[in-house]
Design a protein around this ligand. Structure first.
Ligand SMILES: *Cc1c(COP(=O)(O)O)cnc(C)c1O
Length: 345
């Protein structure tokens, strides 16, 4: 192709999202969506948005949401930036921090989007392997302007204590981001530590724990000073009226939310037990998926399940090998999955 594009973009492979089939009979256990519907209060809030007011631009700062989140999480409202999914928060960080001569550092195996964000900025991308027990590599942070750690991690579901991330941020020259897309399924968050170190940043998603992958909403939380700079690189109206109302209502219905989380965790424990009994090596998960491995190749199993209408995610990493990442469904979904796996082995 002619050189219309920056060389780093022309050569970029691009992020490959998990498959999103249109056939509703397909059981989707491949992209970690919540198996339970959003709170009825969210649906009401969305209906209330269907008025003449849609002709106005949304509140660029999502004040209503920020106030509710600051109160619920007991953090500084001025440090919160509402984002179009947490991927938007990660994009804002990459755009705000990374020049061509900088580096983005991430542990591996982890979320493949980080590499894409680094390449779009045209900067170096450096991977540091997790230790075998899932703890952070000792040499994680250095001169890099940006280090991102998913916590809990995907695809492994492992979790590091927030105090370890704080310790990394204290040693770092750049920002250290705890990507907490799955933290509601884990023991604790880094949000209470934000006031301890201005280099610590947290990103959150409403796609998984709040059952709102379809509306795209997340947020970034940092010290107010860091947020004041980052807000300059976001799109002016990066979140719309409907998603601000939906996310605010979702936060407001904690009883419903906590019950869905409880059910997912109970099913997760059962799936871990049953897959272990079937001979898989199952990493204990702190997220809404499990990561399973075994000696025999896993791609044929993923494909056979797909032929039977069940999608799970096959992932392979140069340094740590392959596995299947299976999202937690409702109990009946997991029964269907286990029946098929048993009939295939
Ligand atoms: C799903 C996921 C995200 C992105 O979530 P959205 O809010 O849907 O953009 C970010 N990080 C990790 C590790 C994820 O798995």
């Amino acid at each position: 192709m002619r050189d219309y594009f920056r060389p780093n973009i022309a050569s970029l492979a691009g992020y490959a999202p998990g498959e999103q089939p249109r056939d509703p009979r397909v059981l989707k256990l491949n992209t970690n969506e919540n198996p339970y519907p959003p709170s009825p209060k969210v649906l009401e809030a969305i209906r209330r948005c269907a008025t003449d007011r849609l002709r106005f631009y949304p509140d660029p700062l999502a004040t209503e949401f920020r106030r509710a989140a600051a109160q619920l999480f007991d953090i500084d409202e001025d440090g919160i930036i509402a984002t179009n999914g947490s991927d938007d928060a990660l994009t804002i960080l990459a755009r705000g921090c990374l020049d061509a001569d900088d580096a983005l550092v991430a542990p591996t195996p982890s979320y493949p989007l980080y590499e894409v964000l680094a390449k779009i900025q045209g900067c170096r991308f450096e991977l540091r392997p997790f230790l075998p027990d899932g703890s952070l590599p000792r040499n994680l942070v250095d001169e890099a302007r940006l280090t991102i750690v998913p916590n809990p991690n995907s695809p492994t579901g492992t979790f590091v204590p927030p105090s370890d991330l704080l310790a990394q941020a204290e040693r770092s020259k750049g920002l250290v981001v705890s990507d907490e897309a799955y933290v509601d399924f884990a023991p604790s968050s880094s949000l209470p530590l934000l006031s301890r170190c201005e280099r610590l940043v947290v990103t959150r998603s409403f796609s998984k724990s709040y059952s709102l992958a379809g509306i795209r909403f997340g947020f970034l939380a940092a010290s107010p000073e860091i947020a004041r700079t980052l807000v300059k690189v976001k799109d002016s109206y990066n979140v719309d009226q409907v998603s601000i109302a939906a996310a605010t209502a979702a936060l407001g219905d904690q009883d419903y939310f906590l019950e869905a989380i409880r059910k997912v965790k109970a099913t997760r424990a059962r799936l871990e037990r049953e897959l272990t009994d079937l001979g898989f090596d199952v990493t204990p998960s702190h997220a809404n998926f499990v990561w399973v491995r075994r000696r025999q190749p896993l791609l044929p199993l993923q494909q056979a399940l797909k032929e039977r209408g069940i999608l799970v995610r096959y992932l392979s990493y140069p340094q740590s090998g392959e596995g299947l990442r299976i999202s937690i469904g409702q109990d009946a979904d997991i029964d269907r999955l286990l029946t098929e796996i048993k009939s295939l082995s």
